[in-house]
Design a protein around this ligand. Sequence first.
Ligand code: C5P
Length: 407
Amino acid sequence: MTIDASNSTNAVPTKTVVLGITGCIAAYKSAEIVRGLQKAGVRVKVVMTEHATHFVDPVTFRSLTHEKVAVGLFDDPSDPIHHISLAQEADVMLLAPCTANMLAKIANGIADDLLSTTVLATTAPLVIAPAMNVHMYENPATRYNIGKLQIRGVHFVEAGTGYLACGDIGKGRLADVEDIVSATLSMLGVKRDLAGKHVMITAGPTVEPIDPVRYITNRSSGKTGYAIARAAFARGADVTLISGPVALQAPEGVSMVYVQTADEMLAAAQEAFKSADIGIFAAAVADMKPARAADHKLKKGSDDDQLSGIELVENPDILETLAANKGSRVVVGFAAETDNVIENAQKKLISKHADVIVANQVGEGMAFGTDDNEVWFIDDEDTEGLPRMSKANLADAILSKSLEFLS
Ligand code: C5P
């Protein structure tokens, strides 16, 4: 079993935040804001004021975002109306840190550099995290400008109180990166309803060795479990993904535990389940395993046939074993059936002590390896058929369903 808190991702970001950075000592914290948004699957494009570049080099943000960092109105000869293209690309525009000067310009509709011009040109919601000296923050001019912008629907992430770079103590520190990221994500419509929760997911197949060459397994791409892990992380959860061998990259920010056999998966799940609030058992665990795995390649053929009649024994049922003592944890199981889908899933709900069974029909090219699926949610009160949807949307639906059971 190997454990890896991975940072790689293969998710294609679907939302863009244009992050404006102004000339303030807190500008270095914008690097953390970029990472926080990226971890939630958001694409970030950075615009800096000339003054901001004195605090942090644009190269930092170019390296983090793999995008050009815009500073001047006429920097990009290939795009003479850069402020308009940036303004249109933004799903949300975030200014963090935002100086008193930039607040005043925006409040008055002044557009005399790339950032203020982009703000004026965008129709995207605007989130502002101010940072400045306490007296500048409390100055009636700044209070008036903030009030004006709030009336126009601008969302503020209020500055915090504490030690300021100038030596003063008071209000004016840039708000916590976490709060700025959360506010921006909620403006984008990304829910953070799993913040503080630990979600454990099993995914993919298990492989049960017959000998060093052969094994028994189940069909499974792991896509559903991986999509759930990605969605749970984006919604703020701590996520442990226990994965059998699949051809997928580890989702961003998720603690990975890689396993091969059902016994290894059970051991990893038992450990993770201890601190889990929600357990989602999406793995296609092999039902049987060879009683003994040979340490040499078994011979086939009539004289010395070692392959026929391999003795098989049952694997542990991971879901059933853990759910038997689930306490207040929410447990979600899956049922992939070729016949009598709902009836079989209802039986599994009871026999496996699950709160919900996600049931789907398999066979004839359905479900396995595809990017979408059509399922039913079965609990002890209801059977709900969901329309066909992408595995990413299904992941969100499964998490929302789980939350209904969380006390
Ligand atoms: O019995 P069946 O394999 O159809 O049950 C499916 C559900 O039980 C899935 O949620 C699967 O992850 C879980 N399961 C398990 N351990 C097994 C077999 C199934 O956790 N050995």
